[in-house]
Design a protein around this ligand. Structure first.
Ligand code: FNR
Length: 366
């Protein structure tokens, strides 16, 4: 038994049966003209399933709400044409022996005017802030909140009906759900604002609605992060106790797996323990956790360092395997290494050369 065996051992949670512990991290690629995933997108995901990925989480895909989208050429998760495109993706991935979940996304106040589907619709946020202290977009009413919650539920129902293996709710990186979590963006004085536990209320309603719209055992993954696109140093929880007050309402609402987004998996989350964010999340909630962040990158990325995605010398895979073997987390998400190597799992297993990631690779959908 080598350390690597832990990564290639199966994982089962209710109806979810994964061949190994490797998860493709959600990555926006903007290759869906007209917001419809086409055959190039089908092949892109199929290649990762063929390459040995246990579970694919798709790029963020917009729920059916007028302000959900913030970018060009990202796929929608509503409307006949987009859903027909996704059906082809699911079937191709399953045909290759893989599993797949869509990442359900609402960008909130990150949306800029001019974006599809109606350029006149502004960004929506809990307090109308586009960044802490900057007031510019639409402050959500309770009717808006109810509408968005319903849109998440509708998307999850569609995902189940299309044959997806679960859904991931995007609650990370400073998009809508995270804007409710984040004190700097949520100044509400009603029940959707307040302390960190109170600021989970919107997410709790989303999770409960997704659960109610799907089967009792339909897997729900919830992705969250301390860091925000608008501020890499922002944090939700500064102590394990704060993290617990944040996680338990989400866990109780029906999350099955937590996807703990960090930029470097080896970073210690709180002083006094070597656990990372996924390690703490698993310990606090008792639920399976996914770790992520610079896994399999074999050189530092100076250009991306400026954007905050990565930095320093990447830790070796041995370090990751030791943490996995210690059962600090259950699954390992891989992003950029899977852009550079669609068959990263097979290459690792067979001890083949792993190509380095390069920003240029984002220009094409390979
Ligand atoms: C991302 N990431 C990301 N995260 C997310 O939750 N939804 C998304 O749509 C995207 N989009 C996206 C696009 C691109 C091009 C990159 C590089 C990243 C973050 C991603 O899921 C992952 O957390 C980070 O890339 C860190 O993992 P790696 O790349 O270091 O393995």
């Amino acid at each position: 038994m080598t350390q690597l065996d832990a990564l290639f051992s199966p994982f089962t949670l209710g109806p979810l049966q994964l061949a190994n512990r490797i998860v493709m991290a959600p990555m926006t690629r903007q290759f869906s003209p007209g917001n419809i995933p086409n055959d190039l997108v089908v092949d892109y995901y199929k290649r990762r399933a063929e390459g040995g990925v246990g579970l694919i989480i798709t790029e963020g895909t917009c729920i059916g709400h007028k302000a959900a989208n913030g970018y060009e050429n990202v796929p929608y998760f509503y409307g006949e044409k987009a859903l027909a495109g996704w059906k082809k993706v699911v079937d191709a991935v399953h045909g290759a022996g893989g599993k797949i979940m869509p990442q359900l996304w609402h960008v909130g106040s990150v949306r800029k005017e001019g974006m599809e589907p109606d350029g006149a619709v502004p960004g929506f946020g809990p307090s109308g802030l586009v960044a802490p202290g900057k007031k510019k977009c639409h402050e959500m009413t309770k009717a808006d909140i109810a509408e968005v919650v319903t849109a998440y539920a509708d998307a999850a129902r569609e995902a189940m009906n299309l044959g997806f293996d679960g859904v991931e709710i995007h609650g990370a990186h400073g998009y809508l759900i995270d804007q409710f979590f984040w004190a700097g963006m949520n100044e509400r004085t009603d029940e959707y604002g307040g302390d960190l536990a109170a600021r989970t209320r919107f997410a709790v309603e989303v999770i409960q609605a997704v659960r109610a719209a799907t089967a009792p055992d339909f897997p729900i993954v919830f992705r969250f992060s301390q860091w925000k696109m608008q501020d890499y140093n922002a944090r939700l929880a500064n102590t394990p106790e704060e993290l617990e007050s944040f996680l338990m309402p989400l866990s109780d609402a029906g999350v099955d797996i937590f996807h703990c987004s960090t930029r470097r998996f080896w970073e210690v989350e709180f002083e006094g323990s070597t656990l990372n964010l996924a390690g703490w999340t698993r310990k606090i909630t008792g639920k399976p956790a996914i770790t992520v962040g610079s896994v399999g990158l074999n050189k530092p990325f100076v250009d991306e360092e400026k954007k905050g995605f990565s930095g320093g010398e990447p830790a070796s895979i041995d370090n990751l395997l030791t943490m996995l073997n210690n059962k600090e987390f259950d699954l390992v998400a891989v992003g950029r290494a899977l852009i550079a190597n669609p068959d990263w799992p097979l290459r690792l297993k067979q001890n083949k050369t792993i190509e380095a990631y390069d920003l240029e690779q984002l220009m094409k959908l390979v």
